[in-house]
Design a protein around this ligand. Structure first.
Ligand code: GNR
Ligand code: NI
Length: 170
């Protein structure tokens, strides 16, 4: 397994729109495994391929504490089942130290493909529902900072650009 490099805001590659997956092969399986490994190492509950510079519609999620419940989601789409909005306080592995409250649909019906290319459906609310919506935002080039005020967005941008300079010097 390989640990993949996670892109950090304001990297322009985080804005690319991911394309649908058509080949359900060993290579896809390896990408999903490497993404799960990277997500566990960085203690995230979800990771979108966009974040590791793969611009394909692939997401991994695991809400368990012990890595026992990996979910690989390919070509996702969802329908809103309960359009009441709930405020979800979220972090993102691509925006370290940043948190943002985001209005999300309360309940969704997700349709996706698994690694075999089989179509699957699930309904999700709570943290799973919010996480799925967060990851699909990534596939569309949308980030948590887009839900923040322009002042808050420019502050985190300056902060992360400075910390990158420091890392490059040493
Ligand atoms: O680890 C993560 N936590 C989280 C919390 C609330 C809603 C969404 C998330 S996803 C995030 C990992 C990440 O950046 N995924 O893209
Ligand atoms: Ni994220």
């Amino acid at each position: 397994m390989n640990r993949l490099n996670i892109l950090t805001f304001p990297d322009p590659r985080l804005r690319k729109k991911a394309v649908p997956i058509t080949a359900f092969d060993k290579e896809l399986e390896k990408k999903a495994k490497d993404m799960l490994f990277t997500m566990y190492e960085d203690k995230g509950i979800g990771l979108a391929a966009t974040q590791v510079d793969i611009h394909e519609r692939l997401i991994v999620i695991d809400l368990s504490k012990d890595g026992s419940d990996p979910l690989v989601i390919i070509n996702p789409s969802y329908e809103v089942l309960d359009d009441a909005l709930e405020i979800s306080k979220e972090g993102c592995l691509s925006i370290p130290t940043f948190q943002q409250e985001v209005p999300r649909a309360k309940k969704i019906a997700l349709t996706y493909q698994d690694l075999k290319g089989q179509t699957q459906k699930l309904t999700a609310d709570g943290l799973l529902g919010f996480c799925i919506q967060h990851e699909i935002d990534h596939l569309n080039g949308k980030l948590l900072v887009d839900y923040a005020s322009s002042l808050k967005r420019s502050r985190i941008k300056e902060k992360l650009m400075k910390s990158k300079d420091v890392n490059n010097k040493s």
